[in-house]
Design a protein around this ligand. Structure first.
Ligand SMILES: NC(=O)C1=CN([C@@H]2O[C@H](COP(=O)(O)OP(=O)(O)OC[C@H]3O[C@@H](n4cnc5c(N)ncnc54)[C@H](O)[C@@H]3O)[C@@H](O)[C@H]2O)C=CC1
Ligand SMILES: CC(C)CCC[C@@H](C)[C@H]1CC[C@H]2[C@@H]3[C@H](O)CC4=CC(=O)CC[C@]4(C)[C@H]3CC[C@]12C
Length: 369
């Protein structure tokens, strides 16, 4: 990535490149990274859509592999210039065991770092999460905070615990000497709740609304603000951060950045209605229909049922004590750190993000019937 070799073509590796965010990062790199020579897409499950990308001018290499297998990661990382590590087990519903979540998110990240060190790859962008900060177990609001806002980050749930540990590993690895003697440069991006084309929970809410005759029922007060960011902007931020890491290594190395854009501050449900409303659904109730204590009870009941039924069947509904606490606690960011450090501006306006998401929900919903 030296100035003298401006025409040099770079090798990028995207772990988790077939996931919701990963696919957008892959497509964004192909559209917006002129120095891209080869794009390696590493995932446990490869998507069939990768095939169509292989006919373009950039060499796209699909690698089926597991981040928990150090040798598979090392082989994929070898001779790559930049790694964007988005692979992760996103589970707040109790589908996977805490051990598996830790193994994928923490050991997987450790394997990526060690592979960079062993093979001489110098630039690593890690997809972290707002969840490494909060909401915390005490339900303290984080109101339009930034990367420097003081907040008591206390976690018990395996997912935020794993993301926090993995983020720390990535930040501590900044400056380590990689094979060849140069320092590793790392940074971590922390998206809030991502939405957009491919967002499965949004699609599930839409299908549930259709099943209920076009109605959804408010569960969370409209006053609780939940941070959301469009997937195309999160992908763009990854591409820009990866591009700028060398030139601005001293400034960006070891730093964290919230992912943000012009999406409005709203409650989780009111925000979803920005897309589900134009698709024909209605949110019933200006206030939650059920009292909060009843939701707490139902969430606890779900947790108990999950535990009791585990030997027989996987019971993993959306509502559990953790998801209720997250949905019911204000957590929004207001920052310009990514703009100041590496010139990030959202690529998609709120209107674009909204339209694209609506079109996707409509298509995803109709294909379900
Ligand atoms: N969805 C969201 O709202 C947010 C997600 N994030 C983070 O963004 C990243 C991507 O998340 P999403 O795209 O939403 O999830 P996703 O589940 O759609 O994508 C994750 C990808 O990682 C792959 N993967 C999982 N375990 C793997 C393993 N052992 N080896 C190789 N690949 C593996 C999956 O196959 C999948 O393609 C994750 O690191 C997540 O923690 C952060 C903040 C918010
Ligand atoms: C019926 C309930 C009252 C409402 C359920 C909504 C929940 C399923 C979702 C509310 C908030 C979401 C989480 C939030 O956006 C932050 C996240 C960040 C991540 O890194 C991963 C995903 C998630 C934990 C996201 C998951 C779904 C919610 C809990």
């Amino acid at each position: 990535m030296a100035d003298s070799a401006q025409a040099q073509k770079l090798v990028y590796l995207v772990t988790g490149g077939c996931g919701f965010l990963g696919e957008h990062v892959v497509r964004m790199l192909l559209q917006r990274e002129p120095r891209l020579g080869e794009l390696r897409v590493f995932d446990r499950h490869l998507g069939p859509w990768l095939e169509e990308l292989k006919t373009g001018p950039v060499r796209v290499t699909a690698i089926q592999g597991d981040v928990t297998e150090a040798h598979e990661v090392a082989a994929a990382v070898a001779r790559a210039h930049v790694v964007i590590h988005t692979a992760g087990l996103v589970d707040v519903f109790g589908r996977a065991s805490p051990e598996t979540i830790h193994e994928v998110n923490v050991q997987g990240t450790r394997n990526v770092i060690e592979a960079c060190v062993q093979t001489g790859t110098r630039f690593l962008v890690y997809t972290s999460s707002m969840e490494v900060v909060g909401p915390n177990t005490k339900g303290h609001p984080f109101y339009r905070g930034n990367e420097d806002t003081l907040y008591e980050a206390v976690h018990r749930h395996p997912y935020p615990c794993s993301k926090a540990l993995a983020e720390r590993l990535v930040l501590e690895a900044n400056g380590r000497e990689v094979h060849g003697g140069l320092p590793l440069v790392t940074c971590a991006l922390r998206p809030t709740g991502i939405y957009g084309e491919g967002h499965q929970i949004m699609r599930d809410f839409y299908r549930q609304g259709l099943r209920l005759g076009g109605w959804l029922f408010r569960a969370i007060p409209a006053s609780v603000e939940h941070g959301r960011v469009y997937v195309g902007n999160v992908a763009w931020m990854h591409v820009l951060a990866a591009r700028e890491l060398e030139r601005r290594a001293a400034l960006m190395g070891g730093q964290v950045y919230f992912c943000y854009d012009g999406s409005p501050y709203k409650s989780y449900e009111d925000f979803n209605m920005e897309f589900l409303g134009p698709c024909g659904l209605q949110l019933v109730g200006a206030r939650p229909l059920l009292p909060y204590w009843l939701l707490v009870f139902l969430a606890a009941l779900n947790a108990l049922l999950q535990w009791l039924l585990r030997p027989l069947v996987l019971y993993a509904p959306l509502l559990n004590p953790y998801t209720l606490a997250v949905a019911n606690t204000t957590f929004t960011v207001s920052t310009d750190k990514a703009q100041r450090h590496f010139g990030y501006e959202p690529l998609f306006s709120w209107e674009d993000s909204r339209t694209r998401t609506i079109l996707w929900v409509q298509a995803a919903g109709s294909s379900a019937q």
